[in-house]
Design a protein around this ligand. Structure first.
Ligand SMILES: [Zn+2]
Length: 233
């Protein structure tokens, strides 16, 4: 259960994250309403930003509480059209408690050339996973897009690029998903610049990639053990 105080704190965190992402260009425009943010609330619901409301005007009362079948539990606004995509992630990845969906510019470059972004810096690989994969295109807000997202979750990464659309960042909490958006943008900006030189791009050594993969797997398994302990306890 999430207490009213915890819910109020989560809502303030969502508003702060939204404001930062919007004012730093992560939603694609400074004046539009693209992108969306959600946080898991308890085991079977999530708080998400509403549809078509400017981030300057958004207040805690505008956030929507939905279950994973998209039934509205609280909030008078229409939820983000991408709520189904968020629910698909929460269903497939119990260790994920926050999701940021952006239209950030440099990640969008790779959404257009339909090319995965390899982890070329160890701190990026550690946070995002070994490779940022491309999720196949489907119309924004469609059940097909939610299904395409769900189908990609098995690599346990914390960042994805949606073909011809934008980016999807996951975290154990909102601070992590938010930081991952910034890390992905940095990685994509530098990778795009490196590719534009025409020079070969130096990969991380395989031994380092293996250490990072093993560490990420260990941390995920520990988190899942803690979660199942909390549920049964
Ligand atoms: Zn979008």
């Amino acid at each position: 259960m999430t207490t009213p105080e915890e819910t109020a704190a989560l809502k303030q965190e969502i508003l702060a994250c939204n404001g930062w992402l919007s004012s730093h260009g992560y939603f694609g425009t400074l004046r539009g309403t693209g992108g969306n943010v959600s946080v898991r609330s308890g085991d079977d619901a999530f708080l998400i930003t509403p549809s078509s409301l400017s981030y300057d005007e958004m207040t805690a009362e505008d956030l929507c509480l939905l279950d994973f079948d998209l039934n509205v539990r609280a909030g008078a606004r229409r939820p983000s059209v991408e709520a189904g995509l968020h629910a698909a992630v929460y269903r497939k990845r119990p260790e994920i408690r926050a999701i940021v969906h952006t239209h950030q510019p440099f990640a969008s470059v790779f959404a257009l050339i339909n090319r995965p972004v390899p982890a070329l810096f160890d701190e990026v690989a550690f946070k995002l996973g070994e490779q940022v994969e491309i999720i196949s295109y489907a119309l924004s807000g469609s059940p097909e897009l939610a299904a395409n997202v769900a189908a990609r979750m098995d690599n346990h990464a914390h960042a994805y690029i949606i073909q011809n659309h934008g980016a999807l960042l996951l975290g154990a909490d909102l601070a992590e998903a938010w930081l991952n958006a910034e890390l992905l943008e940095k990685a994509c900006q530098v990778y795009a610049c490196a590719l534009s030189t025409g020079a070969p791009v130096s990969p991380l050594p395989e031994a380092v990639r293996n250490v990072i993969r093993d560490t990420r797997r260990f941390l995920r398994e520990e988190k899942l053990k803690t979660l199942s302990g909390n549920r049964s306890g």
